[in-house]
Design a protein around this ligand. Sequence first.
Ligand SMILES: [Fe+2]
Ligand SMILES: [Fe+2]
Length: 312
Amino acid sequence: MAAIDLRLRPARMPAYCRPNASAPMNPDARTDAPVQPAVARRLPWRLEDIPFDTIELPKIRGREDMMFLLGAASFIEFASDTYAGNLAEFFRDEPDIAAWLSQHWEPEEVQHGRALRAYVEAVWPEFEWQRAYDDFFVEYSKLCGTEGYESTCGLEMAARCVVETGTSTAYKAIRDFADEPVLVRLVEHIRSDEVRHYKHFLQFFDRYHAREKNSRLRVLRSLKNRLVESRHSDFEIGLWYAYRTRYPDERRDGKGFTTMQSRIARKVRDHYPAGQAIRMLLKPLRLPAFLSSMIQPMLSPIGLVIRQVLLR
Ligand SMILES: [Fe+2]
Ligand SMILES: [Fe+2]
């Protein structure tokens, strides 16, 4: 099964970190309410900056796989509201981190969803986004109820670096085969947000690490956990509901859907920045410089493995 790691939520959930699991989901996650002016001022770029009216339709309109890919990405990004509150709650002991998560990270992720939705609807007006998202959300929200974190804040920050590595590198690949200029510009905005998110999480990791002093082995285990647990189910779910709007009679295990997934995964894999991914993933290990340079020659084959894991 093909998939791409655009997942934002964690996968497991130990009992001790479930304070908000039974809380109602943020209803804003399911609506397209206007962005509050105070929030809009904090955003590094605005939806209004994207010239949707200059989209070169002949370059994109016939690329149906892009409709599914961008539709699925928009669902996942848009739904980040669903668990963002839990994440901020998890880091409540560091008010500036909790504030950054709720005032910057969350609105930026949601804007990714809004912008991708706007692009999809501009190019494929027949795509029933809201209906597809509502169906997606029914299945997806059940997974969000079992989200989970690492055992310490520092280790969770390392795991967050894995998530942002996955999104930033996937968007880099998408940007490189997007071709249509407005889409390239939009995806580049999103990619650069994801890289900045990664840098914040890495900085926060360092802060916790100074206190927690987790061994490299523990950090490595957290990185591996989040990487391996990236089951890609989110993206598969997103793709399915995007695909179903066009092919309502198809089956989820049918050839049409699975072949489309494989095509998309192949496309992303061909453009995937594997070396960059491995460099980003290794950073929380804070390896000594000599060790880093020693493993440089290994980056390529390891990157291929990472690519296979992220894009299996
Ligand atoms: Fe995002
Ligand atoms: Fe992000």
